[in-house]
Design a protein around this ligand. Structure first.
Ligand code: SF4
Length: 362
């Protein structure tokens, strides 16, 4: 197959569903890691097409969802200062912090801006040398190379008014943490194709790297179910049109040049050793956390939001008592309802709550 439409071909998709149904003789719990994959499952109703024994649960691969509350609070504290421009991706503005969100900081006169890439933030810093420009960088291995490149470029140019509040996270340690949890239900993982496009899949031993279109996901599910039914455990690559074993080496090089692996707290889930990326000491002059003295900011997660359970595949968004009642995209209580990759937003957007409650909804 060469074109996008072919990965949405209904005949091919139904054929794969039939093959999965034939292969699955036991119940299996599978997790797609990435929020983009969750949205494809919901949008195309794949979860409802699968045989009853094959259950999909949704993983922590939504960068906005796993950014810790205190990091949002740090961004809010920095953005509230005079002479500062805080720049980030659109989703980050609506993620609730302890007291408020960046959108409200902006509404009250804070200089908070939205961009599509860190190079736009660099451009703004060059054009506004009297303004302290902070790029709020979140994301997995996918976005980290571009953010690393921005810092590398700023150092090369000697930019004095640019810094980064970095909250990057890594997929392999998160999978290990999920698997080692006593409460784990997941028996097979669909790995995030875009992360593996950058990093390759040599770090994994036991998942199927999957793409983002319906046929990609169904093929990955079939590969996983086949492995499980045959008692095999191995890494396989469904997303061959994008992912190679070693990945994108120039991107990995710039990542290693600017960032180093660190302990990282994941929102709702807690600390996971060696699961994040921080700026290296050589780039400390660009570390907004140090520049603005926010390293010690801490925050308690709100108890009503069960996103920790959702992001670990222990519960579905529709299990949350607040879902679609007190928590909606217009008034989110937790990040998974805000983010365009969040599982709660996917369930809401594709009306899983209406399905759960019948024609009248909740
Ligand atoms: S529905 Fe809202 S409150 Fe419930 S888990 Fe999702 S984001 Fe949190």
């Amino acid at each position: 197959m060469k074109y996008l439409d072919e990965y949405r071909d209904e005949r091919v998709a139904r054929g794969l569903v039939a093959q999965i149904a034939r292969r699955a003789t036991h119940p299996w719990v599978l997790m797609e890691i990435c929020g983009g994959q969750t949205h494809t499952l919901m949008r195309f109703g794949i979860d409802e097409l699968l045989p009853a024994g094959v259950e999909m649960v949704h993983g922590p691969g939504c960068p906005v969802c796993v950014t810790p509350l205190e990091t949002i609070d740090k961004a809010i504290a920095i953005a509230s200062q005079r002479g500062v421009t805080l720049i980030s991706y659109g989703d980050m503005l609506r993620v609730p912090g302890s007291q408020t969100d960046l959108f409200h900081v902006k509404a009250k006169g804070g200089d908070v801006r939205v961009v599509y890439s860190p190079t736009e933030a660099l451009k703004f810093a060059r054009a506004n040398p009297d303004q302290k420009v902070v790029f709020f960088a979140v994301g997995f291995e996918t976005t980290a190379p571009a953010n690393a490149m921005a810092v590398w470029q700023a150092k090369r140019e000697g930019l004095k008014n640019f810094s980064m509040l970095a909250s990057h996270v890594l997929v392999p340690p998160a999978i290990r943490a999920l698997l080692s949890s006593r409460r784990n239900r997941v028996q097979g993982f669909i790995g995030p194709g875009h992360v593996c496009t950058v990093m390759g899949y040599h770090e994994y031993e036991d998942l199927v790297v999957g793409g983002f279109e319906p046929v990609d996901l169904l093929e990955a599910i079939l590969m996983l179910v086949t492995q499980l039914e045959e008692g095999r455990v191995q890494v396989e690559n469904q997303y061959v049109r994008s992912v190679t074993y070693k990945g994108n080496l120039p991107a990995q090089n710039v990542l290693g040049e600017v960032f180093e692996v660190c302990h990282r707290k994941w929102r709702g889930i807690g600390g996971i050793p060696e699961s994040g990326l921080n700026l290296r000491e050589e780039y400390a002059e660009f570390d907004a956390d140090r520049i603005f003295g926010t390293q010690e900011v801490t925050a308690e997660e709100p108890s009503e939001c069960i996103s920790a359970e959702v992001l670990q595949g222990l519960k579905k968004p529709t299990d949350c008592p607040a879902f679609a009642i007190r928590c909606t995209p217009e008034n989110p209580l937790g990040a998974p309802m805000v983010s365009s990759e969040g599982a709660c937003a996917a369930y809401y957007q594709y009306r899983r709550h209406m399905v759960a409650a019948g024609p009248g909804g909740r």
